[in-house]
Design a protein around this ligand. Structure first.
Ligand code: SF4
Length: 286
């Protein structure tokens, strides 16, 4: 696959907006002093973003403005944005600049029944920035959503969670063994605890699950995830996302070993079989 709009290095830094998240962006904060990064993270005065994209219909309800954040603590074998693993690959964006970007689209997002989604990477690597941006969005009466793996969810207070209208919780596996096999991180207790916290707070949630043949298509794992999700009582929807190879070129360009090179996307039948496992638990799955 070609990589239109590839952006490398700080000279001639790319626009904040990208056509989509599949643009490769590398080293955009490479020359930002360590102290600036630390302060930015502690205060949320600066965010480190892969990009903003507009017009997404798949990252929450309606048409979304998506801010793709840099930095992630997982190393999912199916990740299609490995350039977002490292914070220094993100473009340093002053908080006010991000608010300005949001303001440009706020009216349209309201009219189209859409909103702002923070995705990544893992947005809660930059929890202060995320919380501030969500508060700004709510002040503009814009619907807010976060796509998160939940690992750092304790970085948000209950009050800050109230500024997030919808949590898209990406779940990679139910058992620690499977979670480690997929993400490289064994501890998924924090992820499960986040779902339970959302349930206690009665916050709406969508569960997302990437179906990868030979890696995540394990009926027992999906059944346990389904049972867990159904028990929460706040899961409005389960999205089974078919694995694809759109980000494969990034692994090659970044020189990272990619174990799924020969893996094909799941067939329609395989997706339907996975969806039916979640439906059997009484969930609204698609
Ligand atoms: S949690 Fe998301 S961004 Fe992080 S490695 Fe996994 S798929 Fe990639």
């Amino acid at each position: 696959m070609t990589a239109p709009g590839d952006a490398v290095g700080q000279d001639g830094a790319p626009a904040l907006e990208a056509k989509n998240e599949f643009e490769l962006r590398v080293g955009l904060s490479r020359n930002v002093p360590e102290m600036t990064i630390r302060t930015g993270l502690a205060t949320g005065e600066i965010g480190f973003l892969h990009s903003f994209t507009t017009g997404s219909a798949v990252d929450g309800p309606g048409i979304r403005l998506v801010a793709w954040t840099a930095g992630c603590m997982f190393r999912c074998r199916f990740c299609h944005n490995p350039d977002t693993w490292t914070m220094t690959n993100g473009l340093p964006v002053p908080f006010e600049r991000a608010v300005e970007e949001l303001r440009t689209y706020a009216h349209g997002l309201r009219v189209m029944g859409g909103g702002l989604t923070l995705s990544g990477g893992e947005p809660l690597m930059q929890a202060r920035f995320a919380a501030r941006l969500f508060a700004a969005a709510k002040a503009m009466r814009v619907h807010t959503a976060i796509e998160t793996n939940g690992f750092y969810s304790d970085r948000l207070s209950d009050a800050e969670l109230q500024d997030i209208d919808l949590v898209l919780l990406d779940m990679k596996g139910f058992t620690p063994e499977q979670h480690e096999r997929v993400t490289g991180v064994r501890d998924n207790q924090r992820v499960l605890a986040f779902g339970e916290r959302l349930a206690r707070l009665r916050r709406p949630m969508w569960l997302r699950f990437v179906l990868v043949p030979g890696l995540t298509d394990i009926p027992e794992e999906m059944a346990k995830l389904a049972e867990y999700a159904a028990s929460l009582g706040v899961v409005e929807r389960v999205e089974v996302l078919p694995f694809h190879q759109m980000g494969a070129y990034k692994w090659a360009r970044l020189g990272i070993d990619y174990s799924l090179e020969a893996t094909q996307p799941p067939s329609a039948e395989q997706v339907e079989a996975a969806v039916s496992i979640f439906r059997a638990a009484g969930l609204n799955a698609c």
